[in-house]
Design a protein around this ligand. Structure first.
Ligand SMILES: [Zn+2]
Length: 195
């Protein structure tokens, strides 16, 4: 099932999401994961966090392959993208010298800004079979994970840019929050009820 994507201005995007309970029926979890992937690919996203479909739980999916392909012309060692689901993730460490990259977000259509992030992370998470992993990620894949992880903490990339830059996009954000935004996928605005 393809969900509409919750747009900027909805309180669910500002809330800290709750852990997915260990006793959640496997079938329910698998359905949620499948819906998350379907919704992400439909919207041509490289990552999607559950709050973005209105569910305040700690789960996100990524497929960083398109981002890594876009980035191929630099001199960095070749990086391959990954497709993966992360359940109840915990950021263990973020290290290295912060680097800038222009990010966007399916919940904030039409806005792109440079965001500083550490290049190396270690994340503890459960996979789709609830097996726990602790794994290091770097570069673009780490950035996609950091962006999605932030969603679970109620943080958006627009919260991480300077006050001056934020002032410049304030009008755009206000219009999105009022429902005046379009995307080639369905958006759900604050105050809209139901699906
Ligand atoms: Zn986002």
């Amino acid at each position: 099932m393809i969900y509409p994507i919750v747009a900027y201005g909805d309180p669910v995007l500002k809330a800290r999401a709750k852990d997915i309970p260990t006793d959640l029926p496997a079938a329910e979890l698998q359905k949620l994961i499948a819906d998350m992937y379907e919704t992400m690919y439909y919207a041509h996203g490289v990552g999607l966090a559950a709050p973005q479909i209105g569910k305040s739980v700690r789960l996100f999916v990524i497929d960083s392959a398109p981002m890594v392909e876009d980035d191929e012309d630099d001199n960095e060692p070749a990086e391959t993208g990954i497709k993966r689901v992360f359940i109840n993730p915990v950021m263990v460490s973020e290290t290295g010298e912060e680097w800038a990259f222009e990010e966007g977000c399916l919940s904030i259509p039409g806005v792109r800004e440079r965001v500083m992030r550490c290049p190396d992370i270690v994340l503890r998470y459960e996979d789709e079979n609830r097996q726990v992993h602790e794994e290091a990620f770097s570069g673009m894949t780490a950035r996609v994970i950091q962006h999605e992880y932030d969603h679970l903490e109620g943080v958006l990339f627009t919260d991480k840019i300077s006050g001056f830059k934020k002032q410049l996009i304030k009008g755009k954000l206000t219009r999105i929050a009022k429902g005046e935004a379009k995307a080639d996928y369905r958006l759900r605005f604050a105050g809209q009820r139901g699906r």
